[in-house]
Design a protein around this ligand. Structure first.
Ligand code: GDP
Ligand code: GDP
Length: 433
């Protein structure tokens, strides 16, 4: 199940301001620390315990004014097809514009939850002016001010009512998503993997009409491929839209256990690869990287080692990820790729018993404790794995606020060395006991 919120509307109504408020700009802070450039139009958030993704469709608008309207129409249509919830932003200062009417016309036919947000209602005097938006025929609206935040709580309350609890369904089979830039070789890899699709066992209809889990049995492994339907009937027009590929990636990644990121070896690791990698990491999915088209690369002694080192620099600090050099064309290491994806799936489901965790980690922490702060010492008393679907650990101590990121990373790396969480994002908390 996914909770994908798309923000639509014409330019300058305040979509990106609302986006920043919904994702609370926490992303930007994380970015500053890791120094990684990230997609500023996609974010994850939660409200009242419900987790959701937000996409600012306006962030992907490009082109000159004359194709502007056409572009917006396309984006709204894609949002209608792909998102779970749509927030339609209009501007109380400007009133209803012809483009608002166009968008409203598209939205009126839609069965999905739609929230009309009348923005720039910065004070109650503007409330009355919002009434005209009833004329768009979309029913109730929410008056908000994205700048000062008023009304956005009510909007969020109503939105989360329509959301599902993202409890990862315990499927008996690993769900893999093959993701990557257009032309990286995703379809070729899938074809190399599944042959002429003779091994399809069943098609299980997914949560929306076009996402389908297809069950395979290959090389002695049972697994589901997420969203092969989308890949099979890929349309070039859609592929060309950046917003579409982002939307697609968000969705398939949210529905999988392990994201298989396919790179084109002749092009290296680029910005779009980084965004997809980050999407998977942010969603706490397992990740493996396949460097495809390895047959095309001229190899010298250290070619593979250097290539791998370059990728690890790009994905830092989360570098504990399998990187496999394959050729979908010659089928080189195709089996290895699937075997590794299954290992990552197992790592992600791993449970470490509390006694084992305490026996190993408390000893390590005792030998190399967090640096003292203002003459005070942090003492870690106890640790445990949380009962979450993906590995998360809590360390109880006095003064948890003195434990900084470098030390958390040290603890994380030790845990990776000892317990093997290759390919899996793990989360470590320090809490007061
Ligand atoms: P977008 O093109 O729809 O993404 O719109 P922006 O978020 O870039 O906002 C367009 C302009 O409207 C900017 O100058 C914002 O500062 C302003 N704006 C956005 N939200 C509000 C609001 O709630 N009240 C007021 N007064 N201005 C706003
Ligand atoms: P997709 O858009 O990611 O699904 O990429 P495709 O699978 O359609 O592949 C794009 C192009 O790269 C096609 O012309 C493929 O034949 C070619 N290609 C894919 N994998 C390989 C490979 O391992 N080696 C070589 N030489 N070409 C490949």
């Amino acid at each position: 199940m996914s909770n994908i919120v798309a923000i639509v509307g014409r330019p300058n109504v305040g979509k990106s301001t609302l986006f920043n408020r919904l994702v609370q700009r926490r992303d930007a802070i994380v970015d500053a620390v890791s120094g990684v450039t990230r997609d500023r139009h996609y974010g994850k958030s939660n409200w009242n315990g419900k987790e959701f993704s937000v996409i600012d469709t306006g962030g992907y608008t490009v082109g000159s004014d004359d194709i502007f309207e056409e572009e917006i129409r396309k984006q709204v249509n894609l949002a209608i097809e792909e998102a779970d919830i749509i927030v339609f932003v209009v501007d109380v200062e400007e009133g209803i514009s012809p483009m608002d009417e166009e968008v409203a016309k598209l939205l009126r036919k839609v069965k999905k939850p739609i929230f009309m947000a009348v923005n720039k209602v910065d004070n109650s005097m503007r409330d009355a002016n919002a009434v005209e938006f009833y004329n768009l025929g979309l029913g109730e609206y929410y008056t908000i001010s994205s700048i000062n935040g008023s009304g956005t709580g009510e909007l969020l309350d109503a939105m989360v009512e329509e959301m599902t609890d993202i409890i990862e369904e315990e499927t008996e089979l690993p769900r893999f998503a093959v993701v990557g830039r257009p032309n990286a070789g995703k379809s070729s890899f899938i074809n190399a993997l599944i042959g002429e699709e003779r091994n399809i066992v069943t098609d299980i209809a997914g949560t929306t009409r076009d996402t389908v889990d297809t069950k395979y049995n290959r090389f002695g492994f049972d697994f589901n491929l997420v969203d092969t339907a989308g890949i099979r009937k890929k349309s070039k027009v859609k592929e060309d839209l950046e917003f579409y590929s982002v939307m697609r990636a968000v969705k398939t990644i949210e529905l999988c256990d392990v994201a298989i990121l396919v790179l084109d070896a002749t092009r290296g690791f680029e910005g779009q690869d980084e965004n997809i990698f980050w999407l998977a990491e942010k969603n706490k999915k397992g990740i493996i990287i396949l460097v495809n088209k390895w047959d095309l690369v001229e190899k010298e002694t250290n070619t593979m080692r250097d290539f791998e080192a370059q990728i690890r620099r790009e994905i830092a600090p989360f570098t504990d990820v399998p990187i496999i050099f394959i050729s979908a064309l010659t089928k080189q290491r195709i089996f290895k790729a699937i075997e590794t994806a299954v290992e990552v799936y197992e790592n992600r489901k791993k449970r470490i018993t509390t006694s084992k965790l305490n026996d190993t980690m408390l000893e390590i922490i005792k030998h190399n404790p967090p640096p003292s702060n203002k003459g005070k010492f942090v003492k870690v008393k106890y640790c445990m794995q949380l009962p979450t679907p993906t590995p998360q650990f809590v360390f109880f101590s006095n003064l948890p606020q003195y434990v900084k990121d470098p030390y958390k990373r040290y603890v994380e790396n030790k845990m990776r060395e000892i317990f093997d969480f290759k390919g899996v994002p793990i989360v470590i908390y320090f809490r007061k006991k």
